[in-house]
Write a protein that binds this ligand. Structure first.
Ligand SMILES: [Zn+2]
Length: 137
């Protein structure tokens, strides 16, 4: 079970929920918001951005991470994903890989829906055997 300060968690859920409102998802109709707390103390939000050329689509989690990294923050302290589904929605495999590039296994991950349901996990639980140079040795 991941530990995350309740005030920070609320701030991150608000950030992800706000970002979700900007989702560009005319093809799937599935709006996703995400936020990352970085070790600089800042929270970066992101939404899924779809494209008519489906391969150009980017998930909310990666948008949030790329916003943070592009501003010089490279260490994730917590991740939140917000969807409007009955069950909170986990990151896809590609996003799990990207998360594991910038987060230690103990980093908390909160999956939440708009009805207030939450599932708390860690990066290590979400992505126990991620691909990386160290895994090739
Ligand atoms: Zn994804």
């Amino acid at each position: 079970m991941a530990n995350l300060d309740p005030k920070i968690k609320a701030q991150m859920i608000n950030s992800a929920t706000e970002a979700r409102r900007h989702s560009h998802s005319p093809y799937s109709g599935f709006k996703v918001g995400a936020s990352v707390l970085m070790d600089n103390g800042k929270v970066y939000g992101g939404c899924n951005v779809e494209n008519a050329s489906y391969g150009g689509t980017v998930c909310a989690e990666r948008v949030a991470i790329w916003k943070a990294v592009s501003e010089g923050a490279k260490k994730i302290a917590a991740l939140v994903v917000v969807t409007d589904s009955d069950q909170p929605w986990p990151p896809c495999g590609m996003c799990r890989q990207v998360v594991s590039e910038f987060a230690e296994p103990a980093v908390p991950v909160i999956l939440a829906n708009l009805k207030g349901k939450e599932i708390a996990q860690t990066v290590g639980e979400l992505c126990p055997h991620f691909f990386g140079p160290l895994n090739l040795k």
